[in-house]
Ligand binder design. Structure first.
Ligand code: SF4
Ligand code: SF4
Length: 429
């Protein structure tokens, strides 16, 4: 009974802290602009392809497959974790055993994946710490980013070790027969067969408690870490931008003005509201989907690794755009919530975090968005920040300013007026 009380108290504390964190994130989401979601059928197919089948991540076969194994393993092991919660509250052992063969299959896969994930995590740690992979480096990758990644990997490793321990000592405790199937742990359990019942019980409890308390801790650590993608990647992929890569969103109010300019006889459509600000200057000018992307970014660097601007030595790193977005939201979000939407700290995402040089270095090639394993779309946010610079500050590189002047004066990007347009053909037969 004491075990049940302690367990339930730990669970309640975990849930309270978790919901507090999620409520602060929801408050920050409310600061952002709308982003309509439709086509749920297409989204479901995308979820199966990109998130469940891990199609993007498997483009790099070896490390991609290892990451996919960890993901699939987590999904399977989640079943066992839910069972532990039921066991903890009810005081029973192996609550879901009544599922019979299905239970044996899922628990068997969970046991197998515990060892596979353990080996993969060791490989990931060796890669991170000793192999100096270039995509894990960059100005945006501070010491804290590396520490965060290593802590999360270490926590996952301990989670797997304690799961193995729970399984092994559960088998040792039930020599006459047990529920479930343990393809690897059943081979390791005989190593401890001479252990007394009390000692085996002690080690089972140590592993069981460590495992579940670590899950509780992990659930509340993740929202503050880059590993928040453990929660966010599935919803973020489901909510992906569905338009073709490279298609830019039309600014409806600008389109209205252009149409009216080209066809003065047309009655202007006044249904589209004129925004307070064109483009994105700060995080609260962006959509909630941009913020979702920032929360989901795994900092894997696949985007920066394929970015032609970055490869050719420009300042731009697409990964930095979303790391900066999240940092800026963490800085200004609580102040906006407390003081209202009009509050300003005289800083902004553009310039204080992301420079004009970075923004204009983007070729809008979309290689970053294509490569991102969690379907983050960088170019649309970059273009929105450029729109702010151009439309609100008239701040653009010299060559673009020339082109804008030509469009304004001649209705075309060239320096000739419309009357002169056919001059080149005058002496042709
Ligand atoms: S934006 Fe995507 S590809 Fe780039 S670091 Fe984040 S998760 Fe990786
Ligand atoms: S779209 Fe821009 S940020 Fe993305 S890869 Fe191309 S140049 Fe780099």
């Amino acid at each position: 009974m004491i075990k049940q009380i302690v367990f339930t108290a730990a669970l309640l504390i975990t849930i309270i802290i978790f919901f507090y964190t999620i409520s602060t994130i929801i408050k920050k989401i409310r600061l952002t602009k709308p982003y309509p979601i439709k086509d749920f059928g297409k989204r479901f197919v995308l979820l199966l392809k990109v998130a469940v089948a891990q199609s993007t991540i498997l483009r790099r076969p070896v490390v991609g497959f290892m990451h996919a194994l960890v993901f699939w393993g987590f999904i399977i092991i989640l079943f066992g974790s839910i069972e532990i919660v039921f066991d903890g509250i009810s005081g029973n052992e192996r609550t879901f055993a009544f599922l019979g063969p299905i239970y044996n299959i899922v628990i068997g896969l969970g046991d197998l994946f515990a060892y596979i994930i353990f080996l993969c995590i060791i490989a990931f740690l060796v890669r991170r710490i000793f192999m100096h992979i270039s995509r894990f480096q960059g100005v945006e990758m501070k010491a804290v980013s590396h520490r965060d990644a290593n802590i999360s990997l270490l926590l996952i490793m301990i989670l797997m070790v304690t799961l193995m321990g729970t399984n092994i000592f559960y088998i040792v405790l039930h020599p006459e027969g047990y529920s479930g199937y343990f393809p690897i742990s059943a081979y390791l359990a005989p190593v401890f067969e001479n252990m007394s019942g009390n000692t085996a019980y002690f080690w089972h409890e140590v592993n069981w408690w460590l495992h579940i308390l670590l899950i509780f801790f992990f659930a509340n650590y993740l929202p503050y870490s880059k590993h928040f993608h453990v929660f966010m990647s599935l919803p973020n992929v489901f909510l992906s931008r569905l338009e073709s890569l490279g298609k830019l969103d039309t600014m409806k109010n600008v389109l209205r003005e252009v149409r009216y300019m080209l066809n003065p006889d047309e009655t202007p459509d006044i249904s589209t509201e004129v925004p307070g600000l064109f483009g994105v200057k700060d995080v609260n000018d962006a959509t909630w989907k941009n913020y979702f992307d920032a929360l989901t970014c795994t900092q894997c660097g696949r985007c920066t690794d394929v970015c032609p601007a970055n490869i050719t030595g420009k300042k731009l790193s697409p990964r930095k755009i979303f790391i900066d977005f999240r940092k800026r939201m963490d800085e200004i979000g609580p102040k906006l919530i407390k003081n209202g939407a009009e509050f300003t700290d005289s800083k902004s995402l553009v310039r204080n975090y992301i420079s004009e040089e970075e923004l204009w270095a983007c070729t809008t090639c979309n290689a970053c968005a294509k490569e991102c394993p969690v379907n983050i779309n960088h170019p649309t946010l970059i273009v929105d920040m450029r729109r702010y610079l151009v439309m609100e500050e008239s701040s653009a590189p010299g060559l673009l300013n020339n082109m804008f002047a030509h469009i304004e004066n001649n209705g075309a990007p060239w320096q000739y007026s419309a009357e002169e347009r056919m001059k080149w053909a005058e002496n042709l037969k």
